[in-house]
Write a protein of this length. Structure first.
Length: 193
């Protein structure tokens, strides 16, 4: 039993007991929901093992996901899906939880919710896939509440206009841009709490 399933099973048992006393059958639904969550986690484990190519690394990664879900407003299923999206877009296992922390804080501060999170992940993933910075991805980040041009300019020690020109010429790699953007997003640290 993992840390996420155990409390859900307790809630399921309590719901079953309460509804049995009241003569209802809804407790069965709660137990089905709990079992489904455990099944989803096992499916995720298989997917992560395929992507990470290691059962040991997968176990560590799932433990990190569960801990992150426990400490933030994210649900476990949501964290699993977001982690998959980041892995598929070329981000490393060790980058994902810190990135989700930063992205979640920005979304909480801006009130953009799941849509904002998806947009940020998509834009950063596009950057990683292209290997360079594009105005389209930077604008998408801006629309999601991330002051990407500003963060990159500060990180490079240049003006926003200079950074834009460098970007147009393909002189800023994706890894450098993502590093500066995530660093700048620190201004929202703690917003999920």
């Amino acid at each position: 039993k993992d840390y996420a399933t155990r409390p859900l099973q307790a809630i399921g048992r309590m719901a079953t007991s309460t509804l049995a006393i009241l003569g209802g059958v809804g407790g069965i639904g709660a137990m089905v929901w709990t079992t489904r969550l455990a099944d989803d986690l096992e499916t995720a484990r298989i997917g992560f093992e395929t992507m990470l190519k290691s059962a040991e690394e997968t176990t560590k990664f799932i433990a990190q996901i569960q801990q992150f879900a426990k400490e933030t407003p994210f649900g476990q299923r949501e964290v699993v899906e977001l982690a998959k999206n980041l892995l598929v877009r070329g981000f490393g296992q060790n980058e994902i939880i810190p990135m989700l922390e930063r992205i979640g804080n920005v979304a909480a501060a801006m009130g953009t919710g799941e849509e904002g999170i998806d947009r940020i992940i998509y834009a950063l993933g596009q950057m990683r896939a292209l290997g360079r910075v594009s105005a389209q991805d930077m604008n998408q980040l801006t629309d999601a509440g991330v002051r990407a041009w500003d963060y990159m300019a500060k990180g490079r020690g240049k003006s926003i206009a200079e950074v834009r020109k460098m970007s147009e010429k393909g002189l800023i790699t994706a890894d450098v841009a993502i590093k500066h953007i995530l660093e700048g997003m620190k201004e929202f640290d703690g917003m999920m709490q």
